[in-house]
Write a protein that binds this ligand. Sequence first.
Ligand code: PA5
Length: 425
Amino acid sequence: MIRLNYDNVLTTIDFEKYRSKLEKINEGINQKKGAGNDYLGWADWPLHYDKKEFNLIKETALMIRETFDTLVVTGIGGSYLGARAAIEAINGLLPQKGPEIIFLGHTFSPTLTAQTLEYLKTKNFAINVISKSGTTTETSIAFRLLKQLLIEKVGEANANKAIFATTDAKTGALRKLATQNGYTTFTLPSDIGGRYSVLTAVGLLPLAVAGIDIDDLMAGALKARSESVDNLDHDLYKYAVIRDTLYRQNYKSELYVVYEPQYAMFNEWLKQLYGESEGKEKKGLFPTSVTFSTDLHSLGQFIQDGSPILFETTLFVENPNQDVVIPSEKENLDELNYLAGKNLAFVNKQAFKGTLAAHVEDGKVPNLVFEIATLDAHTLGYMFYFFMRSCAVSAYLLDINPFNQPGVEVYKKNMFALLGKPSRK
Ligand code: PA5
């Protein structure tokens, strides 16, 4: 499904040295022991997910597809990145058949918020508000504005029927609001944290509304779990070991590389997953990303020739969803006839091969490549699970709790003080 090629990692990896550590870490994940063990719900989720809620998600998605022309997914971080990554990876970046999915609640941007509200004035829209805590400021502000616009447009009773809330089963402000107003609700299980939640209703409802086959997605995730749960030779453990080896050789940054802009949000999902899980106690690789060939014309210079602080992890998709053939021209003034009859996938692949050779052979930048045949729902489900489990292992290799994020509270404390937020009674 996906294959990890580490032929170009430019160092020897001693997998055996890690075996006993991995055994212990994996036992901890399987038996829900160790740091952050009350947030390990994602590990068995592809096996034990709530089938009743899953069917309700499918029914609701169908109803939304038939009733509305737009769905506004309102969330931030783990409550939005996975859904957006999957929708863009599969459907591409331009509007498709079926409802348009737009995103808000991930920013304080006055311009984007104003423009989105203006745009929605003429749309028959529904809202999927997603927040585990129910108190995230970006999401709460956006939801308040969207809710008021919807009420103005269709009245309170109809608005309440067009709002779908995904939140904690019992606690939080959003759960209270949903109960009071009778919104249809979906659950973010208490033992699954935001950045590990894409395979729950958090990702599933927006994906199903976008027309993506969520049965296939879950089947892919289950495959990754079944293959890896008791098999330390699986690529996901190898990936964790290689990252750890490079980190200890003083590479401080991992650069995720994709070759089509529709996969850029998958990079964003990876960056949140790894950055928020690993970057603690002054440890961890700094995850960053590029989209090639676009960024070869900018950051490519640094990667090739700049400070030797990073290694690359490329996600290369062999078969694109669609393709275009380059036409011939009689005059050939642009001198492109040597490519006539070739498709863009071929050109993109040669760009990848040429870049890999340049960065490895000349630039001496270690390179890992995930070879992906086709990025469909099944493969994406596989990849989501693969990277979540591998990320947890990576963090445990650094002796870090993968599931908390103490660092993100500091800015909030300052911001709330500046905004004059009253303290809770
Ligand atoms: O991974 C995490 O826990 C965070 O990134 C959260 O997903 C993000 O902060 C949003 O939180 P909430 O769902 O509570 O609004």
